[in-house]
Design a protein around this ligand. Structure first.
Ligand code: UDP
Length: 265
């Protein structure tokens, strides 16, 4: 597999499927199935899921309500989606852990980095709920931050388009897809990949991003098998040199990783 530890970002909106609101059961099971397939191939999978299908902080402002309150409502929405994905994965027999940026102890573990690392090493799919647990952020920022923290090889941004285009392909039929692009080019051309906080975190920490179509069956697996899927964003526009520290190439990983000395789950 091309990447050994991934952070998969799924938007809440995508979970709606054809619905106007909430969770579409078919789409949920499809995502769970895609994740199960790659986890069973030995890829360590962390997932961040958005909440836009239920609530976004900016909606609160539009209602004349408090923005911070709205952001917390949005974070809780991501926990609902995370619980749904966890349940769907468990239905498929995939071990998972849900770690939340907000403490909700009856339903999930609090986010503790060492715990997250340990779960990943044990082959559990780790779902990060409640974003980073602070208002004025997005789940894209949570995806970047958690990916850096748990030393993921790449952030995979699953969307409904198959990569980054010269223009919005849903509006401009002449738009073409970049197979690879640099962080600087994305910024110069003002292309929409992630919000600026999330994008800058990846850039400053040299963390590659791949934007790809998550709704296409088997795409996640193809990407991890090294097929040209989506658009890869890196520092110099070429394939990243992966650091083997958590690549599974070291048989003694469990003994050498500082994460292993943390709390056992
Ligand atoms: N949110 C937040 N802090 C975070 C992550 C999310 O305040 O760290 C709130 C924010 O209001 C956001 C909402 O949760 O609008 C849902 O997340 P997001 O909009 O990123 O979901 P997506 O667009 O991916 O469905």
């Amino acid at each position: 597999m091309k990447y050994n530890r991934i952070l998969l970002k799924l938007s809440g909106e995508a979970l709606m499927g054809k619905q106007q609101y909430g969770i579409d059961a078919e789409r949920l099971m499809q995502y769970a199935e895609e994740v199960r397939a790659v986890a069973e191939l030995g890829v360590q999978v962390a997932v961040v899921i958005g909440g836009g299908n239920i609530f976004r902080g900016v909606q609160a402002e539009a209602f004349g309500l408090d923005r911070v309150q709205g952001d917390y409502m949005g974070m809780l929405a991501t926990v609902i989606n995370s619980m749904a994905l966890q349940s769907a994965l468990e239905k498929l027999g995939t071990p998972t852990r849900l770690l939340s940026g907000l403490t909700i102890q009856r339903v999930c573990e609090p986010y503790i980095r060492r715990r997250a690392m340990r779960h990943l090493e044990k082959g559990r799919v780790v779902i990060f709920g409640a974003g980073i647990g602070s208002p004025y952020f997005t789940t894209d920022s949570a995806a970047s931050l958690r990916a850096i923290e748990v030393e993921a090889d790449v952030v995979l941004k699953g969307t409904r388009v198959d990569g980054i285009y010269t223009a919005d392909p849903e509006k401009d039929p002449t738009a073409t897809r970049y197979p690879q692009i640099t962080f600087d080019e994305v910024m110069e051309k003002n292309l929409n990949v992630m919000d600026m906080t999330a994008f800058t975190l990846c850039k400053e920490n040299n963390l590659p991003i791949i934007v790809f179509d998550m709704n296409k069956e088997g795409n996640l697996q193809k990407l991890l098998r090294g097929e040209a899927v989506g658009t890869l964003v890196t520092m110099n526009g070429t394939e990243p040199n992966l650091d083997p520290k958590h690549s599974g190439l070291q048989p003694d990983l469990h003994h050498s990783s500082p994460a292993s000395s943390g709390q056992q789950a």
